[in-house]
Design a protein around this ligand. Structure first.
Ligand code: G4P
Length: 531
C-alpha cells in the first residue's frame, strides 16, 4: 500500500449546497467551531455580511488582495482532515459555484425544514447527480415551524429523483418539533425551547426511546406518534445501503438546527464516517488513483486578482494523487511546459498561509502567470495525461457586448478571448457578425458585472452591454442542419460557440418545447455533444 494512504483516507472534501438563507453560513460556522477553528468561524459570518453589491465585492478583493469568493475551509476533527469547499451564496451564483463541485468528493444538501427543496438547490443537486457523488441531506431550522418529514422525503424523491434515508427523525407535531429520534441508537434527544436567538447551544435531554420518562415529557400522543413513525420507517422505508449512497442514489437525511447547534455534532460524526475519502479520477490514461505516488491535480477555478497594482491571477487546484511539496516542478499538460509551484497558498477564510505540503483531497491556490485554464491538468514530470474535460454548464442569461470606443476593438477582443479562456463567461458569435460584438452567456448575473468590471480595469475597455431576451441555450445536433429552414425560430437566435458548433438561443422552456416539436429531426442538447 502506498504510504500516502493514511493521509488520503482521513480527508473529506465536500461542498455545502443550498438555496440562499437555508443556513449554509451558520452550519459552516458550527462545523468550524467543532473543529476548534473558532476564530475562523466569526470570519465566515463577517464575509457574508460583506457580501452584497458587486462593487463592494470588488472592494473586498482589492483590500485583501486575495480571492474571497473561492476558498477552502480546513480543519481537523476526530482524526479526519476536513476540507469544506466554500461555494458562494446567492448574489455570487455563477459557473464558479458549479465548478467548485467538480473538486468535491461529496456534498451536503442543506434544506430549510419549512421551505423544502428550493430552486438553487435543485440546480446544484443536478451537478452532483451528473458527477455521481454522494449527497447527504441536512434539514435545518428544526427549532422553528417546519413541514411534515414524510412530505419532505417525498419532495426530495419527486423533485430530485433520489430516495432519502432518515438517519434521525423529528419529534413532535408538524410545525412544533421538540427534538430528534436517532435511529441507529434508538435514542431520543430533546431540546429545550426558548433559547436566545443565536446562542451557542440549546440544553438538551437524551435517553432511550423506551425510557418511560419520555412518555411523560412528550405526552402519550406524541410519544405514540413517534413510535408509529419509526415503525413505518422501519417497515416501509428504504434499506440503508451504503453502495447506493456512494453511487448518489440514496441520500442519508439528518434533521437539526444549525443555529442552536441541535443535531449538528451527530450529523458531523455520521457524515465523516460515511462520506468517501478522495476517489479515483478519470484521465486520458485511465483512472488515476489517490494512492498513486505520482503527483497529479487539476485546476477547477481561476480567480483574477482585482487589485490593478498586482495583475496576478490565482488558480485553485485540487490534488488527485501523490504528495504536493512546495517548490516542486510539475508538468502542465495543456501547455506542455514544466511549472514550478513556488508560492502555494491555502485559504482559511480571510487568512492565507503558505503551505509546504498537501495530499489528495486538498485544495491549493497557486499564483498563475496566465497559463492555466479551467480543467487543466498538472502532473509529475515524466507523465503526460489529462484529466477529463470539465462539463460545459448551460448558460441561462445572455447579453450582447461591444466596445464603447471602436478604437479599442483590439483590446476588447484580447480581453474577451482571455476572459473566456479563464472561464469567466461563455462566448458565442453570430455568424456574419465579425468580432465587433459578442454574445455572452452566463449562469448568474454576477458574471456580467465581473466581466464589465474586468474589461474596464484590466484591459481599459468600456463596454456596451445589452441583455437579450433568451433564457435557454441548446446545442443543435443532427444531419446537415440548416438553421435557416428551422421552424418556429422567429423569436429565437442562432449563434455558434467558440468551437463553431451551432447553438439556438430560445426565450424560455415553453417556447423550446414548441420549437422541438416542429423540428423533430434535430436534437436539442443541453450541453455540446463532446463536452
Ligand atoms: P445562508 O448562508 O444559507 O444564506 O444562510 P445563513 O446561515 O446566513 O442563515 C440565514 C438565516 O437563517 C439567518 O438569520 C440565520 O440566523 C438563520 N438560521 C440559520 N440556521 C438556523 C436554524 O437552525 N434555526 C433558525 N431559527 N434560524 C436559522 P438572519 O436573521 O438572516 O441573520 P442573523 O440575524 O441570524 O445573522
Amino acid at each position: 500500500m502506498s504510504n500516502l494512504a493514511p493521509e488520503t483516507n482521513k480527508r473529506r472534501t465536500f461542498a455545502i449546497i443550498s438555496h440562499p438563507d437555508a443556513g449554509k453560513t451558520t452550519l459552516t460556522e458550527k462545523l468550524l467551531l467543532y473543529g476548534g477553528a473558532i476564530r475562523l468561524a466569526g470570519s465566515v459570518k463577517a464575509r457574508k455580511a460583506q457580501k452584497h453589491a458587486v462593487s463592494d465585492w470588488m472592494e473586498i478583493e482589492k483590500q485583501r488582495g486575495i480571492s474571497v469568493t473561492s476558498s477552502v475551509l480546513q480543519f481537523d476533527y476526530d482524526g479526519y482532515r476536513v476540507n469544506i469547499l466554500d461555494t458562494p451564496g446567492h448574489q455570487d451564483f455563477s459557473e464558479d459555484t458549479y465548478r467548485t463541485l467538480m473538486a468535491a468528493d461529496s456534498a451536503v444538501m442543506l434544506i430549510d425544514v419549512a421551505k423544502g427543496v428550493e430552486e438553487q438547490t435543485k440546480k446544484l443537486f443536478q451537478v452532483c447527480k451528473q458527477r455521481g457523488i454522494p449527497v447527504f441531506t441536512f434539514v435545518n431550522k428544526l427549532d422553528r415551524y417546519g413541514r411534515n418529514p414524510f412530505e419532505l422525503m417525498e419532495e426530495i424523491e419527486n423533485i430530485l429523483g433520489i430516495r432519502a434515508f432518515p438517519m434521525n427523525w423529528p419529534i413532535g407535531i408538524d410545525g412544533n418539533y421538540s427534538g430528534i429520534y436517532v435511529r441507529k441508537e434508538a435514542k431520543i434527544e430533546l431540546f429545550e425551547r426558548g433559547g436566545v436567538h443565536g446562542q451557542w447551544a440549546l440544553p438538551s435531554t437524551q435517553g432511550s426511546v423506551d425510557d418511560p420518562a419520555f412518555k411523560e415529557i412528550l405526552g402519550a400522543d406524541i410519544h405514540q406518534a413517534l413510535c408509529d413513525d419509526i415503525a413505518l420507517l422501519d417497515a416501509a422505508g428504504e434499506e440503508f445501503d451504503f453502495d447506493k449512497v456512494a453511487r448518489g442514489e440514496l441520500t442519508p437525511m439528518f434533521f437539526g438546527s444549525a443555529m442552536t447547534n441541535f443535531g449538528v455534532r451527530l450529523f458531523l460524526e455520521d457524515f465523516l464516517e460515511l462520506a468517501p475519502p478522495p476517489m479515483p479520477r478519470v484521465s486520458s490514461e485511465g483512472l488515476i488513483n489517490p494512492s498513486d505516488d505520482n503527483f497529479s491535480a487539476f485546476v477547477f477555478k481561476i480567480q483574477a486578482n482585482m487589485n490593478p497594482a498586482h495583475r496576478d491571477r490565482l488558480a485553485f487546484m485540487r490534488i488527485c494523487s501523490g504528495k504536493f511539496e512546495r517548490g516542486m516542478t510539475v508538468y502542465h499538460a495543456q501547455s506542455g511546459k514544466p511549472v514550478k509551484l513556488a508560492q502555494p497558498q491555502q485559504f482559511l477564510a480571510q487568512e492565507r498561509t503558505i503551505i509546504d505540503e498537501a495530499y489528495p483531497g486538498d485544495i491549493v491556490g497557486l499564483f498563475d502567470p496566465g497559463i492555466f485554464g479551467i480543467g487543466d491538468t498538472l502532473c509529475q514530470e515524466g507523465f503526460n495525461f489529462k484529466f477529463q474535460d470539465f462539463p460545459v454548464f448551460p448558460p441561462e442569461q445572455f447579453a450582447r457586448v461591444q466596445a464603447k470606443d471602436t478604437m479599442k476593438r483590439k483590446q476588447f477582443v484580447k480581453g474577451m478571448t482571455q476572459l473566456t479562456q479563464e472561464g469567466a463567461v461563455q462566448v458565442f458569435r453570430q455568424p456574419d457578425y465579425g468580432v465587433e460584438s459578442f454574445i455572452i452567456g452566463v449562469v448568474g448575473s454576477l458574471q456580467f458585472e465581473v466581466l464589465e468590471y474586468r474589461l474596464k480595469h484590466e484591459y481599459g475597455v468600456d463596454i456596451l452591454m445589452n441583455r437579450l431576451p433568451y433564457s435557454v441555450a441548446r446545442w443543435l445536433s443532427g444531419e446537415n442542419i440548416d438553421v435557416k429552414s428551422m421552424k418556429n425560430m422567429d423569436s429565437g437566435l442562432f449563434v455558434q460557440d467558440i468551437k463553431d458548433r451551432p447553438v439556438a438561443l430560445i426565450s424560455n422552456e415553453w417556447q423550446l418545447r414548441w420549437v422541438m416539436e416542429r423540428n423533430p429531426d434535430i436534437e436539442f442538447l443541453v450541453v455540446p455533444e463532446d463536452a
